[in-house]
Design a binder for this molecule. Sequence first.
Ligand code: OAD
Length: 253
Amino acid sequence: MLLGLEYGAMKLSYAEQIDLARSWLKEATSIVVLTGAGISAESGVPTFRGKEGLWNSYSPEELANPDAFQRDPKLVWEWYDWRRGLVAKTEPNPAHEALARMESRIDSFALITQNVDGLHDRAGSKNVMKLHGDLWWVRCLSCGRVSENREVPLRHLPPKCDCGGLLRPDIVWFGEALALEVMDAAWSRASEADVFLVIGTSALVQPAASLPFRAKEHGARVIEVNIEQTVITPYADISLIGKASDLLPQLMM
Ligand code: OAD
């Protein structure tokens, strides 16, 4: 599909845009990648804002927030139990694998993800900056202990800590602040990037959505990969409309 990148006086075809993006990635000394739910879509993990992403007709904003949990922890846990069950059956796809290869080839590489599914880790990425937490970690509301929990499906809903306290998913919910050290690190890596690759995110949730803009302000070339245009598209130097699992391996050739 042609989005009509005007590069100099030329209008580049889709194939030429892929070639150009590939050469930028090859030449770059510092690459930063931001991923969203779209990169895991072809692994079978529903996105948040697509139709199939809705669960029992609730939007993510209605469930992923502290008030909803206080009101009805069982309902919120049922949603997470459903997501955990889905994710447990999935495998990383060629896009996750291409990013793991990219990390092994370049010294200055940062992978920042909004995803909580753990598929980047399973694909072999070593240093994943998880802005929104992890589906497989739980936190006790009484004693504060954070621990791994891979029980699928959960035997008791809502699950309890050994201390008897209520466990919650160790995930950043709407209205909550991101872990400061992770966001600071993401922010400074974005400022240093030569190339900023943004993959499969609607870029509607802050502060993650600001990272590509930050990178661009600091001189990075921004390459977007998404099946549709987003708020990033007008600012991207190259916007490739297509599936992440088709495009990422091509960008790594
Ligand atoms: P969204 O569901 O908002 O957006 C998914 C994006 O992926 C959309 O722009 C799709 O067009 C794109 N997409 C779908 N399939 C794709 C494919 N095969 N290849 C490439 N792109 C594809 O998900 P996020 O932007 O990740 O937060 O949502 C951000 C945050 O909102 C999530 O981390 C989550 C949610 O509430 C928390 O859970 C805290």
